[in-house]
Design a protein around this ligand. Structure first.
Ligand code: TXD
Length: 317
């Protein structure tokens, strides 16, 4: 069986970490594309020279030519500007739409059979644009946001409760914006509902609710928290890890259930829109959306988030 091929469009902060993770996990041969000459070549040379130390054996190449992504099984897109302090993700739409247009045309021409994972912001709009321009079936174009938003939520819960991050199961729904929906009721530690543990810790339902509200708020603002600290860019380690989890599930047909920005055809009462929901990812791409029952409060939050995504997508030219 031929080795898998992973094309990474955008060789910046996230792109570089993606390339290194693909190599370390030997997911396949890697092509890192960027428009800046020397940048993808320099990063891939640097990573390739670590192979004898780390013990991975894959080909890894940097390029400024779309031809080199030919035959890619997976394409992960990070091309586009990141936020600066004070900016919202939506502020990036005009410049990143232009970039996404050329990127999607390149993918359409040279990697017509690939599973595409978009990371560029504003995520929900960029994945929509990528699908429209490539014309690929919607199960083959998805966005990464929910794995990261859920991981951030899970990390805060683990730190708060003093338990391993491995044993927290958390999920967020909705758009990758300030209205995202962390689902407290479905969040558990080794199967134990998280609110039970918080109530036991604090001895009062009110205090537990207060602590949870703070974690939900921090999750919604977690991207901005990193931007404010870095000052010159946004998070890049955790977004890369999150997209790799999705790519790996596709390449290995693992059928992991991952919060994914996927195209909805009536699921969750949403039709014809990309929104973050739990999705089975396997060799067929986004194979199945798993619905879950929302109570009135959760549904209201989901509706608000979906409305924000709709308004954002409507501004795409
Ligand atoms: O979870 C998520 N979805 C995200 C998304 C979490 C954090 C950051 N997220 C967004 O990813 C962020 O707001 C940006 O829109 C993207 C990429 O973030 P990164 O931190 O990697 O940005 P960089 O370091 O600026 O890298 C972007 C690269 C840079 O090297 C440019 O030269 C390149 O994109 N670029 C292009 N590549 C290919 N083709 C074109 N046209 C192009 N234009 C710029």
């Amino acid at each position: 069986m031929a080795r898998k091929k992973i094309a990474l469009i955008g060789g910046g902060q996230i792109g570089g970490v993606l390339a290194q993770l693909c190599a370390l996990r030997e997911l396949g041969d890697v092509v890192l594309f960027d428009i800046v000459e020397g940048l993808p070549q320099g990063k891939t040379l640097d990573i390739a020279e670590a192979a004898p130390v780390d013990g991975f054996d894959v080909q890894i190449k940097g390029t400024n030519k779309y031809e080199d992504i030919a035959g890619a099984d997976v394409v992960i897109v990070t091309a586009g500007l990141p936020r600066k302090p004070g900016m919202s993700r939506d502020d990036l739409i005009s410049v990143n739409s232009k970039i996404m247009t050329t990127v999607a045309e390149g993918i359409k021409q040279y990697a017509p059979n690939a599973f595409v994972i978009v990371i560029s912001n504003p995520l929900d709009a960029m994945v929509t644009l990528c699908q429209r321009i490539t014309g690929f079936p919607t199960n083959r174009v998805v966005g990464q946001a929910g794995v990261l938003d859920s991981a951030r939520f899970a990390a805060f819960i683990a730190w708060e409760l003093g338990v391993s991050v491995k044993d927290v199961s958390a999920v967020t729904l909705g758009g990758h914006g300030d209205d995202m929906v962390p689902l407290v009721r479905y969040t558990s530690v080794c199967g134990i509902p998280v609110m039970e543990l918080l109530e036991r810790k604090y001895g009062s339902a009110e205090k537990a609710a207060e602590v949870m509200a703070a974690m939900v708020k921090r999750t919604r603002g977690a991207g901005g928290e990193v931007v404010a600290l870095l000052k010159t860019g946004s998070a890049f380690y955790s977004p890369a890890s999150s997209a790799i989890a999705m790519a790996e599930s596709f390449l290995k047909d693992s059928k992991r259930v991952l919060p994914t920005c996927a195209f909805l055809n009536g699921e969750f009462g949403v039709d014809g829109l990309y929104v973050g929901v739990p999705v089975v990812i396997g060799a067929g791409g986004a194979e199945k959306v798993l619905e879950l029952k929302l109570n009135a409060e959760e549904q209201a939050m989901m509706d608000k988030s979906v409305k924000a995504v709709k308004e954002l997508v409507a501004t795409l030219k």
